[in-house]
Design a protein around this ligand. Structure first.
Ligand code: 5IU
Length: 265
């Protein structure tokens, strides 16, 4: 049996949520009827923008790895921001910060990418301890950004388990102003008065893995059986260039059907 909040609608959860980033995400999900996030791991500006424009109408969150884009420039960010407005989605730079608070602060605000200036959501490993949240928060909180902690990874042999995962949840509890959820494979709530958003990567309908450790589960397994809130799909959607829109529609439908099944239980 999953925690009580899991069975509430995104709208009900939006109304009750103390975190502004979570509220706007839940409202957006209900408005667009989608719990799909597309992970666009491509290496050119042209491909990234073209996929973002094609999947835009079907996603709540567009997940980027900005440092793999060979021809990155400030115009890419400006165009991404325009697409986020045009299609009504949030941008999530999957940066996986992992250093001490003072260092991640600079990595988040500065350098070439200036992630905090355009990415609504980012994420961090908890391996350095709570200082990483404080450091990122100094930059992100004044800008209204939200942070996800990496409580569990999808890949085979990941060390994110047991006390690592439970202590990551404790860190989130102590920093609810900035941390609104987790990257995880299942619901992380234990108490009825808390409602962490769970985004789950490692989602695919056609294959079980990728030969490099990735492990795939279906939207039904993630949303109905494990209580996840957002499915993150990468190659399952952009893997075949001529089918990007069709696959985005297919995964959006599978994710939304699973959500409707869960809230009607
Ligand atoms: N990603 C994972 N697993 C994780 C975390 C992040 O796959 O545990 I944290 C990222 C990596 C990639 C996307 O950007 O999610 C999944 O892409 P595919 O659906 O193509 O495997």
């Amino acid at each position: 049996k999953l925690p009580m909040n899991t069975y509430k609608t995104y709208t009900e959860r939006a109304k009750q949520h103390p975190n502004a980033c979570a509220r706007s995400l839940f409202e957006l999900m209900e408005r667009k009827q989608t719990n799909l996030s597309v992970a666009v791991d491509v290496t050119t500006k042209k491909e990234l923008l073209s996929i973002a424009d094609a999947v835009g109408p079907f996603v709540c969150v567009l997940k980027t790895h900005i440092d793999i884009v060979e021809d990155f420039d400030a115009d890419l960010v400006a165009q991404l921001e325009n697409l986020a407005k045009k299609h009504d989605f949030l941008i999530f730079e999957d940066r996986k910060f992992a250093d001490i608070g003072n260092t991640v602060k600079h990595q988040y605000a500065s350098g070439i990418y200036k992630i905090a200036s355009w990415s609504h959501i980012t994420n961090a490993h908890t391996v350095p301890g709570e200082g990483i949240i404080k450091g990122l928060g100094e930059v992100g909180l004044p800008l209204g950004r939200g942070l996800l902690l990496l409580a569990e990874m999808s890949s085979k042999g990941a060390l994110t388990k047991g006390s690592y995962t439970t202590e990551s949840v404790e860190m989130a509890r102590r920093n609810k102003d900035f941390v609104f959820g987790f990257i995880a494979q299942q619901k992380m709530n234990q108490f009825d008065d808390e409602d962490f958003v769970v985004m789950s990567p490692g989602v695919g309908l056609d294959v079980k893995g990728d030969g490099l450790g990735q492990q795939y589960r279906t939207p039904h397994q993630v949303i109905v059986e494990s209580g996840g809130d957002v499915i993150i799909v990468g190659r399952g959607i952009y893997g075949q260039p001529d089918q990007v829109e069709a696959q985005a529609k297919r995964y959006r439908q599978a994710g939304w059907d699973a959500y409707l099944e869960r809230v009607r239980i």
